[in-house]
Write a protein of this length. Structure first.
Lengths: 292, 293
């Protein structure tokens, strides 16, 4: 093949740039508009520059209790992140050996991933309703509900994040050199030591990636939460509710804040991954360096 | 360690995930199926066998012939949105993946550009929908621009809260699901095959049609399954971008739920699930048949 770029390269590069602009353009439009002046509206042009709308979000005037929703989403996101990492790594290890139900678990995970969210959400809501009815019938007269952020809500989010975690684990172990574990075993390491000192350090950058998926997917989750969260709302649910009622830029300010959290998490995760990879390169292998 | 103990440990390691899926996915699906055949009144479901959920859903379908009843119209409309979104995401997703896989030569740039496409996926869908309002609204950038250029006299009304904006937002949100599996299939293609086609005198277009597209088919099918299942069940994007005015398969379920008619909602969920499975199995069959030939 020739060294010069063919003409198709420039055409495709232009197409790709247009796609990236299409992806980011609208998002940046609302980030800019959230700094709209006090008299500004929902569209361009900017009518001065101010932080008024951020102030409105923080003081809670005009908008439902956003601070509480923010905190709830953050807590739920962190719990989902931890559980997604632990359960995915654990199951990922299991899939390296054969066990009863391995194929079934794989297909269930894929089904959970592509199942229309409204069906999963409805199912979990029905399950908890029937559970509540059962408990009340069993004599607990002042029982209200088992449905809540950290029961049905957490479960709904996990059906969405775990398949991603599992697929990432498959990708990791597809290119994992099993001889490293054999070497550790031959040197007398226990299974736990092998995992802790050999396997985990190698897969750690990707495990951070699983955490990134776990948190961000939960933080932004809407469809599966819609019927399963109980009486309180998460941030995306509040945002969705506001789209029909709010006519001022405070919704943009809230959107900018929500995105800021996402970007902060993405950025920190990427930095941690880069640092871990650099460390691996430095400490990785001393093969060929002779005995020291 | 003996073999038995090893498999037992593996089973224990997988058990927590199995438990989550059993409790929050399989069991709920079972309840959806059961409740779909329950009776209901204005405010609660009644655990007695009844097909009312289904008959209410298909109400008037035979009486109204030859006109289509509401449910069929809604499904046809959902399928239309689905097909439009599928076609566009496939076209854009394939082109983007092709550029990333075959034209970006350095590994670092490949990672950076892939990441650039992935980052929006990690941010909120609702915000990415709202983001179109300042662009497409009555006084939005697009209308102002067109008016300024003298192309239109009245602002275009169909830009926002219309089927146009729904499809635009769906493409905006979900092209990512096409890019990733297609890119994955493409980077696995042995570069020597493409060189062989080139050496045998194939033009770039012939290589694309006869070598790359057939080898990318698994990725195309996986991406299509993602996009189609998402759009078939969607009620959020269609709700927000359609100004809550456009009916869809997912929105029927949502409105039944809001009316607390759980068996009717469950019956609709079973119908939606059936249609989705039908589409997926047709899709995988098309590809398998071609593989046989």
């Amino acid at each position: 093949m020739s060294e010069r770029r063919p003409r198709s390269f420039y055409l495709l590069a232009a197409f790709f740039s247009a796609y990236v602009l299409f992806l980011y353009g609208p998002m940046f439009a609302i980030y800019i508009l959230s700094f709209q002046g006090p008299d500004g509206g929902l569209t361009f042009p900017m009518n001065g520059v101010s932080l008024v709308w951020f102030g409105k979000v923080f003081s809670g005037s005009g908008i439902v209790d956003i601070g509480a929703a923010f905190k709830r989403s953050l807590q739920l996101g962190l719990v989902v992140m931890v559980l997604t990492v632990v359960l995915s790594v654990s199951a990922g290890l299991a899939f390296r050996r054969s066990f009863r139900g391995a194929t079934l678990l794989f297909y269930v995970a894929i089904a959970s991933l592509i199942m229309p969210s409204i069906i999963t959400s409805l199912g979990i809501a029905l399950e908890f309703r029937l559970l509540d009815d059962f408990i009340i019938k069993s004599g607990a007269a002042n029982w209200t509900t088992a449905m809540g952020l950290f029961t049905s809500g957490l479960g709904a989010h996990l059906t969405w994040t775990l398949p991603f975690g599992l697929l990432i684990m498959f990708a990791i172990f597809n290119r994992f050199d099993g001889r490293l574990e054999e070497a550790a075993r031959d040197l007398g390491a226990t299974p736990w030591q092998t995992f802790r000192h050999v396997v985990l350090p190698i897969i750690l950058p990707s495990v951070v990636g699983i955490g990134l998926f776990g948190f961000t997917l939960s933080w932004d989750e809407l469809a599966r939460s819609s019927q399963t969260i109980g009486s309180v709302n998460t941030l995306p649910l509040d945002l969705q509710g506001l789209t029909t009622t709010v006519t001022k830029p405070d919704i943009y300010a809230l959107g900018t804040l929500t995105s800021a959290v996402s970007f902060l998490v993405i950025f920190s995760a990427l930095v941690v991954i880069l640092v871990l990879q650099a460390r691996q390169r430095r400490h990785g292998s001393d093969a060929g360096k002779g005995m020291v | 360690m003996t073999q038995d103990r090893k498999t037992f440990v593996a089973w224990l390691q997988a058990a927590p995930m199995m438990l989550v899926f059993a409790l929050f996915f399989l069991l709920p699906l079972l309840f959806v199926t059961i409740v779909s055949a329950w009776d209901y009144n204005e405010y609660e479901m009644i655990p007695a066998f009844s097909l009312r959920g289904y008959t209410d859903t298909f109400e008037g379908c035979i009486a109204d012939l030859p006109n289509l009843c509401t449910i069929l119209k809604t499904y046809l409309n959902t399928l239309k949105l689905c097909l439009l979104t599928w076609g566009l995401t496939l076209l854009i997703g394939f082109t983007v993946a092709y550029f990333l896989a075959f034209h970006v030569r350095s590994k670092t740039w490949q990672i950076v550009l892939t990441l650039l496409c992935t980052i929006p996926f990690w941010t909120s869908n609702v915000i990415r929908m709202i983001a179109w309002i300042p662009l497409l609204g009555r006084n939005g950038l697009v209308n102002r621009g067109l008016e300024g250029a003298g192309l239109i006299k009245q602002p275009l009304e169909w830009l926002l809260f219309s089927e146009f904006s729904v499809v635009l937002a769906l493409v905006h949100l979900f092209t990512f699901f096409m890019v990733v599996p297609i890119f994955n299939s493409m980077i696995r293609i042995d570069k020597r095959l493409i060189e062989a086609a080139y050496d045998a005198g194939a033009s770039g277009w012939q290589t694309l049609v006869n070598v790359i597209i057939p080898l990318t088919k698994p990725g195309i099918v996986i991406g299509s399954i993602f996009v189609i299942t998402i759009v078939m069940g969607d009620f959020v994007t269609i709700g927000v971008m359609g100004g809550q005015q456009i009916a869809s398969a997912g929105k029927i379920i949502e409105s039944r739920l809001n009316a607390l008619q759980f068996p009717a909602a469950a019956a609709n969920a079973v119908i939606l699930l059936g249609v989705t499975i039908l589409i997926i199995s047709a899709l995988t069959r098309i590809v398998d048949i071609r593989k046989e030939l």
